[in-house]
Write a protein that binds this ligand. Sequence first.
Ligand SMILES: Cc1cc2nc3c(=O)[nH]c(=O)nc-3n(C[C@H](O)[C@H](O)[C@H](O)COP(=O)(O)OP(=O)(O)OC[C@H]3O[C@@H](n4cnc5c(N)ncnc54)[C@H](O)[C@@H]3O)c2cc1C
Length: 465
Amino acid sequence: MRLVIVGNGMAGSRLASEVRRRDKDIEITVFGAETTRPYNRVLLSNVLAGTAGAEQVRLPVHAEHLTARLGVTVTAIDREKRVVHAGDGTREPYDVLVLATGSEPVVPPVPGAGRAVAFRTMDDCERILAAAATASGAVVIGGGLLGVEAARGLAGRGLPVTLVHLAGHLMDRQLDAEAGLVLGEALAGLGVAVRTEAKVTAIHAHGVELATGEVLPGELVVLACGVRPVTGLARDAGLPVGRGVIVDDRLRTGDPRIYAIGECAQHDGTVYGLVAPAWEQAAVVADLVTGADETARYRGSRLVTRLKARSVELASMGEAHLSEDPSGAVEVVRFSHRARGIYRKLVIRQDRLVGAILLGEAPTVGTLTQLYDRGGPLPSDPAGLLFPGLDVATPADSPVRMPDSARVCECNNVTKGRIRACWEAGARDTAAVVEATRATTGCGSCRAAVEGIVGWLCEQEEVGA
Ligand SMILES: Cc1cc2nc3c(=O)[nH]c(=O)nc-3n(C[C@H](O)[C@H](O)[C@H](O)COP(=O)(O)OP(=O)(O)OC[C@H]3O[C@@H](n4cnc5c(N)ncnc54)[C@H](O)[C@@H]3O)c2cc1C
């Protein structure tokens, strides 16, 4: 069986390792347009901020029976002959082909856009850092998750930064207007000037021009204006494409020998932009192509977004932007303390948590994530979920009271029960648990929780002994 993977990013490289875990012999060829070994793209924000080095974010590679064609782009798929054509003139036959081509940054159609650097790859990150070393200021265009992380990272390096956003508030896909405002104030306190409702009309060598004629100074201009799934190969091969390559619950495209996973895929109308769905999809395809589990299916993901920006704690999940519905169908419980940078909001429908925002200190983030994940009923007084002191019900934030079903690592879908099982099977420290479960290896925000559970299990054993 010859498996060919197009794209050596987070989905493609994970698929290769998932297949290798299940089958030692399948021949895998992975094409990667980038010249580097695969790396954890999520952690590029940490590289930009200086809290991680480039070598620390490399992903593990299982090299047996794996041919990695680094720096080689696949240019066409011949479905009839079952071969792919590569940019270096070679051809590679396949029995199963998986498209994991990810997304490309959107570049705004304004004069001078070529002067700006997008923020998507390790090369982009290195270019930004090189420019930051000599620039007297930076402008980041786009106030979504990526733009906020980039702006915070550059400000943390001592650069004056302006963050420009077209919409009325930051992270408008994950936050409501007030949360966006509180986030903007928190960033301002950290050296990021925020400009919302600002339309960029040109990029000059020394700054960014707005529709009002104002020029925001900065030799370094970073683009974080959103991404577009890379679907050209699939489209040219005659496969059905919407915003992404359309796949079914088996992640199969219109051709049963061709699958698509990660940010290039569109499942049930949704194109995901986070790593957890990409890794879940990789596991399903690995089950199917190796025959490890022919019943494996992907049914969609519930998303929790966490910001990785030093001194700004932010988690958002589900339909967080909703406001009260006059009919009473949607209830909102909210607490805002702008002076302390705190904003907490629960969105409730039919006694279930369907969305939440936690900005600033958030002692109950684990409980809320779990309630959202499971879609279980809420306690009678949901205010206790915002203020743990008011209510004793914060089970998922303490290793002791957290149920085994609580998902601790969102990116790798690892529950407390799985950590406990690993520990009982002999993994007696955090490193061994990480090795066995891969918890913490995505965005890394669950590290303290995993360490807490391992510490608690060790204490339990000592008490028992
Ligand atoms: C700075 C940053 C921070 C992020 N933070 C988070 C976060 O906190 N949490 C989170 O969940 N997600 C985050 N993301 C998003 C996350 O990185 C993506 O969801 C994830 O990388 C998607 O994986 P993918 O494999 O589909 O795409 P990618 O990782 O982009 O990989 C696709 C690869 O395919 C290659 N390719 C494309 N076409 C071809 C071709 N024809 N031939 C050969 N190779 C090809 C590309 O060069 C690329 O290397 C972040 C992204 C960035 C950029």
